[in-house]
Ligand binder design. Structure first.
Ligand SMILES: C[S@@+](CC[C@H](N)C(=O)[O-])C[C@H]1O[C@@H](n2cnc3c(N)ncnc32)[C@H](O)[C@@H]1O
Length: 298
């Protein structure tokens, strides 16, 4: 099992130092009196270009991370928790706070936010989740829960935060939902999400304070941000995935099996597709295959 920090940190180091650790650079570093001409040798300038490109990619990724992730607090009950959540967001560079049907935002919210006060001031308020999803054209919805279901309830098989951090692609618009302090998210709200995330805790007391849960999840997303594939590997949009799933639904419905097995099969396919963060190209390829299968079956 991957331990928090192990793989992510060592991979991060390899990625960051690779361009300056090539042989040409090593020899140039040794000779301190190297002429300007030599410093401008092909290998050196390539390494600098690599470094500059890496820096630019990281900046682009950070911008995507900041702009495309929406933190959604559903029907928060205490203003103070809005402030704590905003502060945690600011710690990890997040800025889009969405409040669904919130309690009154008293001074406590602004006070607890400290340097994240601007996030509370700019929070977007909606009366329902659907209204928010539509208005921001959200591609991918993530539920967070301290009450992780088992395989008997397929849509609740949760990812661990580090798994989310390793696979999430910030090229698409993402909503991360946090639930009410008292009752968390409803089954329906979780069901409507593409995946759920749960922080492993002692089973005798699995539920964290919302901003503490947020800190753990944000950290896991943030530490891997420079590893997101920005070019070529563009994650499929919500619509592309829906088309693919609809093709599978047609195929499964055409089979001669009991209804409950069809329902289970559809749900399983949907869960796998959502967990896999497939690219647009992969969605397209799979769709083509399903079409051919459908045609073959008449
Ligand atoms: C205080 S908890 C809600 C408690 C509620 N009784 C429940 O059963 O969900 C508020 C929110 O914090 C987040 N949260 C708490 N513990 C978590 C955990 N172990 N993993 C992921 N999120 C968690 C979830 O968003 C949850 O809806």
């Amino acid at each position: 099992m991957v331990k928090i920090g192990d793989v992510g940190v060592s991979e991060q180091r390899v990625v960051e130092t690779a361009p300056v650790k090539n042989e040409e650079n090593k020899s140039e570093t040794k000779s301190t009196s190297t002429s300007v001409k030599k410093a401008k040798s092909r290998g050196h300038s390539l390494a600098i270009e690599d470094l500059q490109q890496n820096k630019k990619d990281s900046t682009d990724e950070l911008d995507l991370f900041k702009n495309n992730i929406y933190i959604v607090f559903v029907e928060c009950e205490t203003a103070g928790n809005v402030g704590f959540l905003a502060r945690t967001m600011a710690n990890f560079g997040l800025k889009n706070l969405v409040l669904i049907n919130p309690t009154t935002l008293t001074q406590e919210a602004y006070y607890q936010a400290t340097h994240g006060k601007y996030i509370v001031e700019n929070a977007l308020i909606y009366s329902s989740l659907d209204e928010f999803y539509q208005s921001k054209k959200i591609d991918f919805k993530i539920a967070t829960t301290g009450v992780a279901g088992g395989s008997y309830n397929l849509s609740r098989i949760p990812l661990k935060p580090e798994q989310l951090g390793e696979t999430i692609n910030v090229n698409s618009k993402i909503a991360i939902l946090f639930g009410r302090e008292g009752n968390g998210l409803t089954n329906k709200e979780i069901e409507d999400c593409d995946i759920s995330v749960s922080i492993p805790t002692d089973p005798t007391y699995p539920v964290l304070n919302v901003s503490h849960a947020a800190a753990i999840i944000f950290y896991e997303l943030f530490k891997n941000k420079h590893e997101y594939p920005v070019e070529d590997l563009v994650e499929s949009t919500g619509v592309e995935k829906e088309y693919l799933i609809n093709d599978m639904v047609d195929l499964i419905n055409s089979l001669d099996i009991p209804d409950h097995k069809k329902k289970n099969g559809i749900k399983t396919f949907r869960n796998i597709i959502n967990r896999a963060f497939i690219t647009g190209r992969e969605a397209h390829t799979l769709k083509g295959i399903l079409r051919r299968l459908k045609n073959k079956m008449g």
